[in-house]
Design a protein around this ligand. Structure first.
Ligand code: GLP
Length: 256
């Protein structure tokens, strides 16, 4: 596990985008695991810039998103499918048919979740998974108490998560869905590489638990401590409750 602490949000976004771009340049048909939320927005903005200004080619990549609300139509402005189309897919040359978001409207949720798992496997598994972290330590929608070996399934959202996300629903918690379909912690842990991003003081407690606390389903992000290739990139505020000192660059960017 590598933890790096950058000066600000712009720097964490650029580093994450650079790591994803390096993979795409090396492997044209890379399988990317993508996240929603406000945290990865800067990363997507930078990837779009790289596409437009540097010709970064997404035509061969395949994407799988972490999660989706249950019951929102795909064209609902707060659905994660809509979020991904707007903030990334519509602005790069990825083939839409190669982009996958869990189906929050499937008649048979269990079957749909199994099919999502099967498709990830069929595509050769996730080469890299981008993650944010919830204020309660959740990753994707794996809320505290989620099994560390869980797979894609439907989860009940906690009150805390619904409150945190109410800002996207006119600050009205009654409009926030109660359930979501989410990759499991086990699904995420199967990725070849993981990048976790966090910024802002409201993430400082969750980050401290995830990095320096015990591995526990109480803080789902703590499971990442046992992943073979995870890079956690924080800004100073998100890292403010960490006790140890961490470098400003991952070893891959080392200056000798
Ligand atoms: C959401 C998503 C997560 C995301 C997290 C943090 O509920 N399901 O994938 O990482 O909460 O969101 P934000 O980046 O907006 O703080």
């Amino acid at each position: 596990m590598e933890v790096v602490v950058k000066e600000n949000y712009d720097e964490i976004s650029k580093l994450a985008a650079q790591m994803i771009a390096d993979l795409i340049r090396k492997k044209k048909n890379a399988v990317l695991g993508l996240a929603t939320g406000s945290t990865p927005l800067g990363t997507y903005k930078e990837l779009v810039r790289m596409h437009k200004e540097e010709g970064l080619d997404f035509s061969g990549i395949i994407t799988f998103n972490l999660d989706e609300y249950v019951g929102l139509p795909p064209l609902h402005p707060e659905s994660y499918r809509y979020f991904m189309n707007t903030n990334l897919f519509d602005q790069i040359n990825v083939k839409k048919e190669n982009t996958n978001v869990p189906d929050g409207n499937a008649e048979d949720q269990d079957l749909s979740c199994q099919e999502y798992e099967d498709k990830i496997k069929k595509m050769g598994g996730l080469d890299i998974q981008l993650l944010g972290i919830g204020g309660n330590g959740h990753i994707a929608f794996n809320e505290p108490g989620s099994s560390l070996s869980s797979r894609t399934r439907t989860k009940t959202l906690t009150e805390k998560t619904r409150q945190d996300n109410a800002r996207f629903f006119n600050n009205d918690i009654t409009l926030v869905p109660k359930y979501a379909v989410t990759m499991g912690i086990g699904t995420i842990m199967d990725a070849g590489e993981i990048i976790l991003l966090a910024n802002g003081t409201n993430k400082a407690d969750a980050v401290a638990q995830a990095v320096e606390g015990p591995v526990s389903s109480h803080c789902p992000a703590s499971a990442l401590q046992s992943h073979k290739m995870v890079t956690m990139i924080f800004d100073k505020e998100a890292a403010s409750k960490l006790k140890d000192h961490y470098p400003t660059d991952p070893v891959r960017n080392k200056k000798v």
